[in-house]
Design a protein around this ligand. Sequence first.
Ligand code: HEM
Length: 206
Amino acid sequence: MNDSEQPIRVWDWPVRVFHWSLAACVFIAFFTGESERWSLWHQTLGYMAGGLLAFRLVWGFVGTRHARFASFIKGPQAILAYVKSLRQVTPEHHVGHNPVGGVAVLLLIGLTALTAFSGWLIAGGDAPGWQEELHEVAANSLMLVVAVHVLGVVLSSKQHKENLVRAMLTGFKSGPSAMGIQSSWWWLGLLMLVAMVGFVWLQFRV
Ligand code: HEM
């Protein structure tokens, strides 16, 4: 095994807990939005998504190497260069998110924030029609971007011959050892899970 094929830790626990919790919140909230019966779940998951985003914004500045926004939010030139390289036999490879993935991350975060915020605006009832409209448009646009995101993940996995979903589950990819992160921050991931369970318990306590 040469050094560029080592199993290296890329995604820390907080990023992985954030990702799969956010995906679960968004999906379940989307399918409970129309029903009065599931309204408390819908609102709880919306607030939880908001909390997860707040955490991710901070972690994007102080987190581990590949979690930092500065490592994957790139300008138009880098994005174009990456897209052009996809036509080559060996396209540009990035250990963390690639530059196009960076745009997707911003869109997913931005639309989730807009959906959660507009949901909070209308939560008390009696909200003006445009706010309800905004919530619906934001939620539908988010689902559209999620579909493109999943397609992008599948295509990118094929293109680079690496299983990106497995990496987001386990935290590991193959790469040069110097690109790996040192700490998994497992205790912070655990703290996030405990906080989420605690929040649900507080919401449903009679
Ligand atoms: C509502 C659903 C989803 C949302 C809101 C969402 C959002 C996100 C976000 C914000 C990131 C960036 C992670 C970070 O740096 O913190 C991301 C990455 C990722 N997501 Fe999702 N996601 C969703 C569903 C899915 C599903 C169903 C899959 C499985 C196919 C998936 C697979 C991935 C993978 C593999 C990455 C890392 C991509 C890379 O290696 O650059 N996501 N997602």
